[in-house]
Design a protein around this ligand. Structure first.
Ligand SMILES: [Zn+2]
Length: 358
């Protein structure tokens, strides 16, 4: 088993709160509790309540559940699950000034080890900067038992770095947004390793799942080092957040974060490639000496057809329509998603200064 009893003993945690849901309790939670029973560490458990559609949403209700169920003398939280369990645990543990430990049960998102907690507040998704876990224990056997759709989602979240890294450089060149070459290279390395090992990931082989999880951790670490989400989140994530909020408004069952990001990356890359034939010179926004730099970045963007092929190979969905997202929502998101975050992306530029359409 992945968990070392020493970790608690070394840190002298005498009382911990274990957070999971129905599924993650079965895949890792029960085994973890058995290990804890062999120590003198006391524990409480909180099984997150799913909504009527079977989703656990990181909203006021679920946050309230954990706050109510956690005793004031809990010394550490343990998140056993995927993204949402981590969001809730990260937020509540931070508010209680208590550390938390991460045990991912699927290689599905890249923020297990970051500080950002995306929370749904009054139906709107807001990312709060809270705290990173003090440790992450990712067990390969648990990860390999994750549903294929969650593996595909993790791959989609990594593939989103194609456009997020483009947007980060674009914002840096055009608006002087903060930039760090070391963080850029780490995130790019996460992307490259997944693209190179796509077939191992698609087959669910140990090698592939390990590469994917390491890429997700590396991307999360890059965000943690940088202190902001620029490396890992550009216009493709803004589209994904927009779609998610539309689904919440409509009361529809949620889609996996990475599944949306993967399809959104293809949409954004297709839009951005149109700028290869566009002259930025003379728009009064982009200095003429920067035109060549931007064109070079655009040429380096992976072709949308290649992105489709990669997502197809891992069994993911390549279009919003395949995910059940209507053309109306897609069109609206392309017009409005740039307003969700203060980030100078090419989508932002497109909507404010130039109106390319798909
Ligand atoms: Zn993401």
């Amino acid at each position: 088993m992945f968990f070392r009893k020493r970790t608690f003993i070394e840190n002298r945690f005498l009382k911990v709160m274990i957070v999971y849901d129905e599924r993650t309790k079965a895949v890792a939670g029960d085994a973890f509790l058995k290990l804890l029973d062999q120590t003198n560490v006391q524990y409480e458990t909180c099984k997150m309540q799913a909504d009527h559609q079977g989703d656990v949403i990181a909203d006021e209700k679920v946050l309230g559940q954990l706050l109510i169920e956690a005793s004031i003398d809990v010394e550490a939280f343990v998140a056993i699950g995927a993204g949402t369990i981590h969001d809730v645990t990260r937020f509540v543990s931070y508010k209680m000034k208590t550390p938390f430990i991460s045990i991912p049960t699927a290689p599905s998102v890249d923020w297990f080890n970051s500080m950002g907690a995306p929370i749904v507040q009054n139906g709107v998704k807001v990312t709060f900067q809270t705290q990173a876990p003090i440790a992450v224990f990712a067990d390969i056997d648990v990860l390999m038992s994750a549903p294929k759709s969650m593996v595909a989602a993790g791959f989609g979240d990594v593939l989103g770095k194609v456009t997020s890294l483009f947007d980060w450089q674009f914002g840096y060149i055009v608006k002087g947004e903060p930039f760090c070459p070391v963080v850029f290279e780490a995130t790019e390395q996460a992307l490259i390793s997944c693209v190179e090992n796509v077939d191992f990931i698609a087959e669910g082989q140990e090698k592939g799942i390990k590469v994917l999880m390491e890429a997700l951790i590396l991307s999360g670490l890059a965000m943690l080092l940088f202190g902001k989400s620029h490396p890992a989140s550009g216009a493709e994530h803004h589209l994904s957040h927009y779609w998610e909020m539309e689904f919440l408004k409509e009361g529809r069952k949620q889609l996996l974060h990475g599944a949306k990001v993967g399809a959104a990356t293809i949409v954004i890359a297709s839009l951005y490639k149109k700028y290869l034939n566009y002259s930025f010179t003379g728009d009064g926004i982009i200095a003429s000496e920067n035109e060549a730099k931007i064109k070079k970045l655009l040429q380096g963007l992976i072709e949308p057809t290649k992105l489709q092929d990669l997502i197809n190979r891992v069994g993911g969905k390549t279009t919003p329509a395949d995910l059940g997202i209507s053309q109306r929502i897609v069109d609206n998101s392309l017009q409005e998603a740039h307003l969700l975050r203060e980030r100078y992306t090419l989508l932002y530029y497109n909507n404010v200064y130039k109106k390319e359409t798909l």
